[in-house]
Design a protein around this ligand. Sequence first.
Ligand code: PLP
Length: 391
Amino acid sequence: MKDQTKLIHTIPVDPLTGSIAVPIYQTSTYVQEEPGIHKGYDYARSNNPTRKVLEDLIASLENGSNGYAFASGLAAIDAVVKLLETGDEIVAVDDIYGGAFRLFTHIYQKFGINVKYVDTTNANNVAEAITSKTKLIWIESPTNPTLKISDIATIAKIAKANNCLLCVDNTFASPASQKPLDLGADIIVHSGTKYLGGHSDLIAGLVVTKTPELGEKIKFIQNASGAILGPFDSWLVIRGIETLNLRVKQHAENAQKVAAFLTSVDLIKNVYYPGLSSHPNHEIAKKQQKYFGGIVTFDLAVDEKEIASFIVSNTKYFKLAESLGGVKSLCCLPCEMTHKSIPREKRYAAGVTDSLIRLSVGLEDEEDLIEDLKNVFALAKERISQLQTVL
Ligand SMILES: *Cc1c(COP(=O)(O)O)cnc(C)c1O
């Protein structure tokens, strides 16, 4: 069975009524016949049939054994870190999602779990950072916002040789494009808020494990810590996933055209998009991803925050907002938004300059999106010449 068919038919018809849409089981508890004798459901933190459909669906999509749905992407990340013990170490990608960095630094460090950050685009850096204490390798590919790509299969081999688990945050690529478990990873996390939900209308997180043994451990943590996804949000993510492949394909087509356009704009210094042959990790992206994704990042030839800020505030279709992966195009200025808490020097070292702009290319007609950008660049040029006259 091909992916798209599997995706639609992993979502079962309701066994009780034949409802073709997944019912939303909005309940806290389930009536038992005798103490401990029930239909497999006893309490809705532990089990919910709507959530179960989503969990089985994401496991199937990622070719994993078990899936679990959490209240947010960060709750999913938190559940994976809870597999570790005091004294254990994590080796993580250096431009990790800011929320994961905050969780590792301000919550887990005080429990004695330490993290080493390395540039994982060079797998040797991972091998060199591993010590006898390292239990978990954490990568994102592509990363946010400069879309660096790491070689998942090579890092998986290094992890295995050192008895470490490899967890991949697959949020940016989505399973429509990239299957980390097939490349040797042990665990996948997702912010379901992004492409899986796909409509900017929910917050959700998912964990998928390669083996049932790991799955049971995550299940225990999910139930013990309790950060589950509610039935209605589970239903919304299921509904989003039904069109995931179609959306991701179109996001990538639009993004490729937007990226190509941006390379021709004289106001722009660098365009970051894995689908451009100029991208330093283009070859590995081509090898391990089906699509190059819907995020395009660029910085300006004049590294002026004021001009970048003017651009993101004056687009018509690209709405200025955090987050990504929805049908509506979004833009953001990482230095003032998603990456504000990172010290300037560290930010610049990661390529996140004051004029770096991230676009989440949506599903509007690409000609309108490019027109929108053309207009705003023309306005920005006027603005620059005004500023120069003032000076
Ligand atoms: C958004 C995001 C997260 C966090 O997910 P939430 O649903 O916002 O908690 C984690 N990783 C990546 C790569 C993200 O983009």
